[in-house]
Design a protein around this ligand. Sequence first.
Ligand SMILES: [Fe+2]
Length: 323
Amino acid sequence: MEYSNNSKDFEEGKCEGQKVVDGEIMPLVLQPPEPNKGDLESLLSALKKNKDWFEQMITKNSALLLRGYRVNNAEDFNEIIEAFSWDDIRYVGPAPRTHVYKRVWTANEGPLSEFIYYHHEMVLIKEYPKKVILFCEIPPPEGGETPFVPSFRITERMLEEFPEAVEEMEAKGLKYSFTACSKNDTSSMRGRGWEDAFGTSDPAEAERRAKALGMDMEWLPNGGVTTTLGPRTLTKVFEGRKGRRMWFNTVVGMHGKDHSSAMMADGTQIPQDVVKRCGEIIEEESIQFKWEKGDVLFFDNLALLHGRRPSLPPRKVLVATCK
Ligand SMILES: [Fe+2]
């Protein structure tokens, strides 16, 4: 079934940095149809009236930006999330995050000076969110964009340049390892302690929870832990997304780092030049715009990688993740 971008309850807008990818504009920008429809109440009633259409637009365009509405704080953002009937999914992963209000959390609280590398949210966990929704409460004065990348384009371009390596990684599967320290340490983005990541300070309980997520754990003499996961697939094809083969992995983000590794599941190393070139392709395919106060951005997490560019303070972007 084909859906058009037209609903009389929204007007299609433009933003700097938009790209047309395989015929779809990313992000699709929706704004008030008339100036007096920019209040939260008007937005909520437009969303409730167009729920199904709106969700189709997220899937069709992969990224959808609501702009020009008076969305002021976490409470307002939460009402937008609750206008839909999408279930919440709890964040599990290395990023330091704080609960703000109901379904709203801070995005990664790692230092603003660091680049948070491109990823599908919770890509290594068995159950990952279908939607990642971000709200800009305080736009950064400089930098701090949230770049995103149509994942299928990475698979396409990697297949053009490295068909054999891609098929080998696909056939063998991947395994990852990740080392977490023992206490919360916000001096690093990766500094989220295992206690916080697994919601317990009991090692045995942490291990049970890790197993349930499909991870193995090995305790270190310093109280930290090395977590291994695998095998995991290189790419995935999801229903309703044109058969696109998504680059649903975190090889570039984890390969050859101090605290992490990525290799083929049988122990074969992934060639450095393949990883390096993949990182360049991801950057070339990235899309970004400048955050404005009140922006609400919906990502199809099955279709997009996203990250965060280094930023000058202040910057406040909040997040909700949905099934
Ligand atoms: Fe993320």
